[in-house]
Design a protein around this ligand. Structure first.
Ligand code: ADP
Length: 627
């Protein structure tokens, strides 16, 4: 029994690893796909959310800024029709009352820094901040436009004040005549406050205004090193200043990548930009993504561990069974698989153990039977040896008195000493002689048989001249053949070596027996003897034209005392020992006797024996020389 060694299984062919990788594959593929989908989904959702938030903040702040502007405008309108103010412009006596009104209005509104009123020729006549009175505003950017109607001057950097300034104006009419212009300077800090509100913008977020006029920052940068009175640009700024609204990723005025929302505010002729650094925005999402990736990795590792555990659970008992099977194959029949779980593998292990038990039982039975058979064989051999010895001794012992009987009957038949017998005595003498000869033949057969059987037959290896040997056979049997009217033909293959090595006596015993049988069982026709060389064998074929042998008898006629049937014995006599002895001698010589036969056509018995050597053989040559 051959059990494959476990270590002979290639690594990746092992069930354990195949199952582990299968588990891993089953777990990892969906986890990777889901993770990728979730990560990208979270990413895009997060971006949308950020842009929405930026948009909401931007919208809110735009509204707040617009509200601030509106508030200023409304105040201006109120001032333009205020009687005290009109009076203050027209008559110096009314100035104190007008001033009080203006100052109060300026105080009430946090959006307004200063209110001032100037004449159409550019001289400030009233102002909430008295410093401004008598100043000339002729060269201010808003002046010309302020004469013709309500006007909002886009923010500009006031060089004299060294700060950003946002002015709104409203003409004051008296009976359709322009008598003065009311102006407010917005509290620019208030815009800074609105835009500086950080809610929803994290650490790095920023909202700022940038003017179209010169790309200056209208609000203070949150970051150091970025003064207001300098031109800035970025993708977002360019878009906002070309009056577009929307959002995008771009590097901001600092060159830092941001999520940005850009918004054009027409009144201010400026862009409102709401931005948050990508690094900060992504930090939250990156954290979420890292957590997801870690979770996915944990799932994959768990899958691998589960796979390993499960596959070990499955393969361990199999490995154990393999080891046990190997041990049993090596003869350790008492080995069993130790697996106590009541599952399918447990059932298999129990079945395996039952099988091992059955093998063990059967093996011990077989061993017992073998021992018994060996004992019986020994006894049988001994018996057979004793039988052969007895037969041999007995035959040998019988031969001496038999020879004596034969000798004396011969003497008597030859009437030595002038003894005379009557006819009856003579017939009796003849029958005694004939039966004694038959008995001697039988005894000789027994002797031969016992010799071969007891292994005491010693075969000689002597040079034989096949032609001479065949001549001797024909000489001794031609008379018998002729007495039956049969032709005895001897044929020798020229290819057969002139001299071969072997035991002539043994070969002749077989040949005489086969030729004798052929003559005996043939009534007419011929008996042909052919000696041939076939490769390393010599064949002796004896072909007759006799009665033939029925197929069923072709096997057993080679057994001792077996003839084709009882009628054969009655008709032809014989003991049934000849072929048995011949076959045994043939086997002893390393050859065999074959039979081909056809009823009523004839039989061919062929002796096939290996040729021990030829005349070319040095040993043979030497023995010939010595002879
Ligand atoms: P025996 O000739 O003494 O009976 P053998 O062992 O020589 O014993 O032969 C056994 C039997 O085989 C014979 O009795 C005969 O029936 C059969 N037999 C042997 N040779 C021939 C043959 N040439 N033709 C037909 N029958 C044969």
């Amino acid at each position: 029994m051959q059990v494959t060694n476990r270590t002979a299984i290639p690594f990746f062919a092992r069930l354990r690893w195949r199952l582990t990788f299968l588990f891993l594959g089953i777990a990892i593929v969906p986890v990777v796909i889901i993770t990728l989908i979730v990560i990208t989904q979270i990413g895009s959702q997060y971006q949308i959310q950020i842009f929405n938030e930026l948009d909401a903040i931007s919208t809110l702040k735009t509204q707040q800024v617009e509200h601030l502007l509106q508030d200023g405008r409304e105040q201006l309108r109120a001032i333009a029709i205020n009687d005290d103010v009109i009076a203050g412009v027209q008559t110096p006596d009314s100035v104190p009352v007008a001033l009080t009104v203006i100052q109060r209005l300026a105080e009430i509104s946090s959006n307004v820094e200063t209110i001032f009123i100037y004449t159409p020729d550019g001289k400030v006549v009233l102002a909430s901040d008295e410093v401004l009175i008598n100043r000339v505003v002729l060269r201010q950017p808003y002046f010309d436009a302020s004469l013709s109607g309500e006007f909002l001057q886009a923010p500009f950097f006031d060089v004299s004040l060294q700060r950003l300034t946002l002015i709104a104006t409203n003409p004051i009419y008296q009976d359709s005549d322009l008598i003065a212009i009311a102006a407010i300077r917005y509290n620019i800090n208030e815009i800074d406050n609105i835009l500086g509100e950080q809610v929803g913008l994290g650490e790095s977020g920023e909202t700022y205004l940038i003017s179209q006029e010169n790309n200056y920052l209208l609000t203070k940068s949150r970051f150091d090193g970025f003064p207001q009175n300098r031109a800035y640009t970025s993708d977002g700024i360019e878009r906002a200043l070309s009056a577009q609204n929307g959002d995008a990723f771009y590097p901001d005025y600092r060159g830092i990548p941001v999520f940005g929302n850009y918004h054009w505010i027409e009144d201010l002729k400026s862009g409102l930009l709401t931005e948050i650094d990508q690094a900060e925005a992504f930090s939250a999402i990156t954290q979420t993504q890292v957590i997801i990736i870690v979770l996915a990795a944990l799932i994959a590792i768990s899958a691998a561990v589960i796979g390993l555990v499960v596959s070990t659970q499955i393969t361990q008992p199999i490995s154990q069974m393999t080891i046990t099977a190997s041990a049993i194959a090596q003869g350790k029949f008492d080995q069993r698989v130790a697996y106590a779980q009541a599952d399918e593998v447990g059932v298999l292990a129990t079945a395996f153990n039952d099988m091992a038990q059955a093998v063990q039982d059967r093996t011990s039975q077989l061993q017992a039977a073998r021992d018994e058979a060996l004992g019986a064989q020994r006894v049988a051999r001994e018996n057979s040896r004793l039988k052969s010895e007895f037969l041999s001794t007995m035959s040998h012992e019988l031969r001496t008195p038999m020879n004596a009987i034969l000798g004396f009957t011969s003497i008597m038949q030859k009437r030595i000493g002038g003894v005379e017998y009557n006819a009856l005595t003579e017939r009796y003498l003849q029958r005694i002689h004939a039966n004694s000869e038959r008995l001697l033949g039988l005894i000789n057969d027994f002797l031969d048989l016992s010799r071969v059987e007891s292994g005491r037959m010693e075969l000689a290896t002597m040079p034989i001249v096949p032609a001479d040997m065949a001549l001797k056979w024909s000489e001794s049997l031609t008379v018998l053949a002729e007495s039956k009217g049969l032709a005895l033909i001897v044929n020798i293959d020229p290819a057969l070596p002139a001299i071969i090595l072997g035991d002539e006596e043994a070969i002749s015993k077989i040949a005489i027996n086969l030729i004798g049988n052929a003559i005996k069982f043939t009534e007419k026709g011929s008996v042909t003897v052919q000696l041939r060389k076939q490769e390393q064998f010599m064949t002796l074929a004896v072909t007759d034209t006799g009665i033939g042998i029925a197929p069923h008898a072709r096997e057993y006629i080679f057994d001792e005392f077996r003839q084709v049937d009882q009628s054969s014995k009655r008709k032809y006599g014989g003991t049934g020992l000849g072929l048995a002895i011949a076959q045994k001698i043939a086997r002893e010589m390393g050859g065999t006797i074959n039979l081909q036969s056809q009823i009523d056509v004839g039989s061919t018995f062929t002796l096939v024996v290996p040729m021990a050597g030829t005349a070319n053989n040095v040993a043979v040559k030497e023995s010939l020389v010595l002879a």
